[in-house]
Ligand binder design. Structure first.
Ligand code: HEC
Ligand code: HEC
Length: 210
């Protein structure tokens, strides 16, 4: 009788630890990721939240499905009115043929900073203009180049990395062969974790049912 109880207790405990819906033995990492939360919670909350964060913060470089993409950023040295530059900086843009799906994301919330850098561009990017500092701080150069000439930019496929690596890269950024990815350490640990789990799930969509 005692033995039976023990077995019962054990099976309840085991069940609690690894619910049936989560037995995704084919991938240790995903199991670990889902193990942090219950799988239903994952699907309904983490997944939705992760998706929203990923679309906002990652997809314009890495693509909606994380498979990576590249494109050309506009040459800012041609004549652009301040109003038009301001509009694009505030709202982003995805009009030109040749720039990839995703185009330019909205870059600057702060109106006066956006005004300043828009004026800097409309004036032909004079070095002494205060907007030069905004251009530098916001790292517009990673797509448009230091001198605004517009360059080809790429972000790699981010499938098949493990959770620890993704988390580390999100915290520290990465400056590698392809280019610079800035750190996302201004996000909360929880947001980083959610994005990392969602990123991981993009390589295993068959396991999380999307
Ligand atoms: C992720 C790459 C990326 C970043 C970062 C980026 N841009 Fe862009 N930018 C683009 C692309 C792509 C376009 C073309 C958009 C389109 O197709 O409409 C563009 C267009 C523009 C335009 C409109 C050009 C025109 O001919 O009308 C301006 C102005 C501009 N960017 C300024 C900036 C500034 C200032 C920053 C930094 C605050 C910045 N961009 C950051 C990719 C980027
Ligand atoms: C402005 C463009 C940009 C954004 C936004 C961005 N990345 Fe990156 N990411 C890059 C580039 C460029 C690299 C390649 C760095 C290198 O190795 O040269 C990279 C590398 C990575 C890598 C490592 C891939 C490898 O080949 O080593 C991961 C994982 C990653 N990014 C995840 C993310 C996630 C998740 C987000 C959203 C929170 C994100 N990135 C946002 C540009 C970006």
């Amino acid at each position: 009788m005692r033995l039976l109880l023990l077995i019962l207790l054990l099976s309840v405990l085991c069940d609690a630890e690894v619910p049936h819906a989560m037995q995704v033995n084919s991938d240790e990492d995903l199991k670990y990721a889902l193990f942090l939360k219950n799988p239903i919670l994952y699907k309904e909350q983490i997944h939705q939240e992760g998706k929203a964060l990923f679309l906002k913060r990652c997809s314009y470089c890495h693509g909606k499905d994380g498979s990576g993409q590249g494109g050309f950023a506009a040459d800012l040295r041609r004549r652009i009115s301040k109003e038009s530059a301001y509009y694009t900086i505030k709202n982003g843009g995805n009009n030109f043929r040749g720039s990839f799906a995703g185009g330019m994301p909205p870059m600057i919330k702060d109106n006066s900073k956006a005004q300043s850098v828009a004026q800097y561009i409309s004036l032909g990017m004079p070095k002494s203009h205060p907007g030069a500092l905004v251009y530098q701080q916001t790292n517009c150069a990673r797509c448009h180049g230091e001198s605004g000439h517009g360059r080809k930019y790429l972000a790699p496929n981010i499938h098949n990395f493990d959770l620890k690596t993704i988390t580390m890269i999100l915290k520290n950024g990465k400056n590698g062969y392809i280019g610079l990815m800035q750190s996302f350490n201004y996000l909360s640990d929880e947001e980083i974790q959610i994005i990392a789990i969602y990123t991981l799930s993009l390589s295993h969509s068959h396991l999380v049912g999307e």
